[in-house]
Design a protein around this ligand. Sequence first.
Ligand code: C2E
Ligand code: MG
Ligand code: MG
Length: 721
Amino acid sequence: MSKAESVVETVDVLAVDDEQVNLLLLAGLLRRQGVNVVTARSGFDALKLMPKHDFALILMDVMMPGMDGFTTAERIRTDEATRHIPIIFVTAISKEQRHVFKGYEAGAVDYLIKPFEHDILKSKVQVFVEMHRQRMALKHAGAALERTVAELRSSALALSESRARFQRLFTSMFNGFMLLSSEGTASSTSEQWRLAELNAAMEQIFERPREDLLDKTLGEVLPNIESYWRDFVEQVAGSGKPAQFEGYMGELRRWLRISAYVPGPGLVALVAEDITARRQAEETLHERTFQDPLTGLANRALFLNRLDQAMERSRRRLNYQYAVIFLDLDNFKPVNSSLGYASGDQVLRTVAERIQDIARGLDTVARCGPDEFGLILEELKNSGEALRVARRIGQELLKVLEMDGHQLHFTASMGVVLGPAEYGQPEELLQDAALAMEHARALGGGKIRVFKWAMRKRAQYALTVHQSLHTALDREEFRLHYQPIFNLADNTLAGFEALIRWQSGDRLVPPNDFIPHAEQTGLIVPIGAWALMESCREAARWERDFALPKNFTIAVNLSARQFAQPDLLRYLARALDETGLAPSRLKVEITETLVMQNPESVVHKLRGLREMGTKVSIDDFGTGYSSLAYLQRFPINTLKVDRSFVSDMDAFENLVIVRTIVSLAHNLGLDVVAEGIETERQRDFLADLSCECGQGYLFSRPLPQDRALEMLGVCCPKKSD
Ligand code: C2E
Ligand code: MG
Ligand code: MG
């Protein structure tokens, strides 16, 4: 309003008259009315003033020199900016001469006839000034209104835009939204929370249209909702603090992550994210990471994890007893090779089921390897309980398993570790259980062994031996000694047996101390290869230097593992070829046990040896379980009677055995070498039995290379160069 008032204060009125007196009079009269009288002495002056003022009224003398009042008025009217300004003509022309003004009817607003009455002038002017003031006030108010309207219009637009945007967001929100209200209810238990609002995504989560949900209580919508969801809503409502919760909603079969906050009293807003797909992916990942896909049992990783927990429990609880069983099927591998992998898989599944049937709910059963299983037995009353479980598993596995018309029986070797035991890592415990299993298996299958610390010590020793054998091979620390073999009939030299030793520093390690380890670890293959090559080289040199007897041979021991090498024949041929030794000078010694383990493949290789012209002798004969009839089928040359029979031939039983072996060998066309002859009596006995050859301390101990050469020099004439 102050703006309007200031406008009112400066209301200008223009007075135009050529008579100065008249102007002064008018100004004096009107000033008292709060009007600013602007004066002009001519029409021209008046026109000049027009743009500079916003006149409320013009008082115009009609009779003026130059440009009269009418003409001036006409000009004012032609200008758009000033045409609305009211004009009162002040004239001396009487009213009766009104016709003179006809043409100006439209423009003139009123007339004042001179001499005019002051009050009439004042009241007329007052009317116009008032009108002007009102017009001005109106104009300002209009502008303000217009501004307000414009402002309103723009804020309404913004509001509706933001509303629309919110609506779009709300309805198309990827996450579900719902507003719960406890309004109008006394207490706010979950039964009282009503769904006051929800969006489309929430409808999808509920799999129900909003009409079915709006205004219903949580209890009505989800009657079986898990208590943890209710507690969550209560907690947020009670504390007023926003919170997040992730859980499974059974009724909706979904995993949800819900963020909740309190937008106002009696309200809880929930934003729900459906994380079912993510959880499923996590679960599959978990299964893949921790489950054996074939049997559905825990895998090794999960097994170790659970074992770690059991170990932790045993550290915290005083009388907590647990045990680990490591189980290996003794005779599973042939199933895969003979019945195929599908049957093999089925067998493993059945075995897994049988083991699981015996384990209790709190035990862990896992598949730890192709045909290996692990069990963690928890909360045991005593250690005997673990062994009982192991035995029951053994019995369960023995039960016939029908597969493709075959009736299969299985045995398992089991190693048991009884907790609590001092282990840092679960892997160490599992390793010991596996070690105990190895010991059980060495006993011939179907056996159970409890782990003992001595087993670990032996295993550690084996490991060091393995390492040292490796370096021994690299550093060429192996040596061959040669034990002479004599013809018993005439005491002439029949050959030598090459026997390996390990020169470990000052110590000469006998073969029995390292050959079994080399056998176990497979190192026997390169070691044996070296021994073979070295024997051939040495014998070739003898052949070159000495006139050897016709049937002279060098005997080389071949281990089972070496003999099983697929390229054995090729390797032998190469050794002979490279050293230049005549094949007939080489005699390989294989043990009776080796022959009986896999007669079919052995026979095949023996035939190959015979074709090469190499001789074969069966070592340690009598200690294995040879079926004598079997021997007939083998292309062999010699039987070596084991030292144990020779050394104790005073016992009647042994004498009978030796005699039987010799006569059997002769019947089969084989000759016989007796091992370990230590006395003349033994030699005579064997000579009487027509045993062809013998070796033993009576004749000579195994000799190092130079001493063997000396002996050759004594027994055989040197070849002349
Ligand atoms: P083996 O093949 O039965 O060799 C005979 C063993 O009897 C030799 O023991 C020999 O020294 C020993 N011996 C010979 N005469 C007598 C005797 O009158 N009294 C006694 N008490 N012992 C006698 P050695 O040299 O300790 O070899 C032991 C075993 O080591 C051998 O038994 C053989 O099975 C194995 N072996 C030795 N060298 C090699 C080799 O190069 N390769 C493989 N695979 N095994 C080898
Ligand atoms: Mg031998
Ligand atoms: Mg022997």
